[in-house]
Design a protein around this ligand. Structure first.
Ligand SMILES: [Zn+2]
Length: 379
């Protein structure tokens, strides 16, 4: 992991023959692909660019990239962009190395045996997903309107380049939504059932950084210090949840995002306060610790937790992120028509079983309904 301004120069030290850069048209338009290629060429590498990654990439989209990879035979995959680009690069890399596997086979139980043909470098351009530090990749099954949560320890990148320069041009709303994703990763990692001392350290530091620097990065995109600290926070939050887990906020966010085509950061950020209210019934002490770490003063754990959740709601208001589903322009009719599906998908998510308080169908239904209205969770 190389971080800080000009971290990109570290690409020049890579050893290899051919690098396939996996990215999208926006990133290319910003000139980042040219910069990365310049550094890869200095490392003596031949390069090819696949710039057709879609937002929330589908299986078909991944397969298109796999075809290119099979023709080009890279020994490096370079995922350059937000979570979509890095996750697509991970999935392409697996299927390139293992043509005998299907995408659904990417699970912690499968021995993938990667790194016989190629390795993976990740270069994030948003400060949210943490995919450059995680063992996860989310790919959408369009037919089923379902987000597949793929994971394998082998998917952790060989090289992660965390250069804040790449985030300076991120528009405010993308800064806000992706920043809320990072915060959600850290909070879920800190309270979920798989939490441990290693992930706690990463999670708490990431939460402190997001509280301090996300509003600044949103207000002024050119604030280099805020950009750098947010970029580090996102990667730390990725390390936190890769060594712990994400939980019900992600289960709901994935279901909702897949059904209503809402970008990941916005979807999970929306459900964060509701799931915190729900989980606080069993892990109030953990939320109180977070509150203390971000400087919230309170006499009791209950008060601290309440204030922490209020702070997050206030932050969302400042960042002009929606606080309820209703605010997002989704009609009650459309929402109710898909409610069963949202509940079933959330129950099926692997993220559900590690939530501090595991919701069943009935609780998920109520959580979705409360989030629609923007009501405080009282059950
Ligand atoms: Zn996330």
């Amino acid at each position: 992991m190389v971080f800080g301004e000009d971290a990109l120069e570290s690409l020049e030290g890579m050893k290899g023959r051919r690098a396939l850069v996996v990215t999208d048209k926006t990133i290319r338009g910003l000139g980042f692909v040219d910069t990365v290629i310049k550094h890869l060429k200095k490392a003596g590498m031949e390069t090819k660019v696949f710039d057709e990654v879609e937002p929330e990439p589908s299986i078909e989209n991944v397969m298109k990239g796999v075809e290119i990879a099979r023709e080009f035979s890279p020994d490096w995959f370079v995922g350059l962009g937000g979570g979509s680009c890095m996750d697509a690069a991970k999935a392409m890399w697996v299927l390139y190395e293992r043509p005998d596997l299907r995408i659904h086979d990417i699970t912690p139980m499968t021995e993938l045996g990667l790194r016989k043909k190629a390795r993976l470098a990740c270069i994030p351009t948003t400060s949210g997903t943490g995919s450059d530090a995680t063992w996860a990749a989310v790919i959408t099954d369009k037919q089923e309107s379902f987000k597949m949560e793929l994971s394998s320890r082998e998917l952790v990148a060989d090289l992660s380049v965390v250069d804040p320069k790449l985030t300076l041009k991120m528009p405010p709303q993308l800064t806000a939504a992706t920043g809320m994703d990072a915060l959600t990763h850290a909070i879920e990692a800190y309270v979920c059932q798989w939490r441990n001392d290693f992930s706690d350290a990463m999670a708490i530091k990431a939460i402190q950084l997001v509280f301090k620097y996300l509003p600044r990065a949103y207000e002024n995109g050119e604030d280099v210090e805020a950009r750098e600290r947010m970029h580090i926070a996102a990667t730390m939050a990725g390390m936190a949840f890769s060594n712990s887990q994400v939980a019900s906020t992600h289960a709901m966010g994935h279901a909702f995002g897949a059904v209503f085509h809402i970008p990941h950061g916005r979807a999970v950020g929306l459900f964060l306060p509701y799931v915190m209210e729900y989980s606080s019934k069993v892990v109030m002490n953990r939320f109180a610790e977070i509150a203390e770490a971000v400087g919230i003063k309170a006499k009791t754990g209950e008060e601290a937790t309440k204030r922490l959740i209020e702070c997050i709601k206030d932050m969302r208001k400042k960042l002009k992120e929606p606080l309820s589903v209703k605010e997002m322009g989704i009609s009650e009719e459309d929402y109710e028509a898909r409610l069963d599906e949202l509940v079933t998908k959330s129950c099926q998510s692997a993220c559900t079983f590690v939530n501090p308080r595991v919701p069943g169908e009935e609780d998920y239904r109520r959580l979705f309904l409360y989030a629609f209205e923007g009501k405080e969770v009282d059950f």
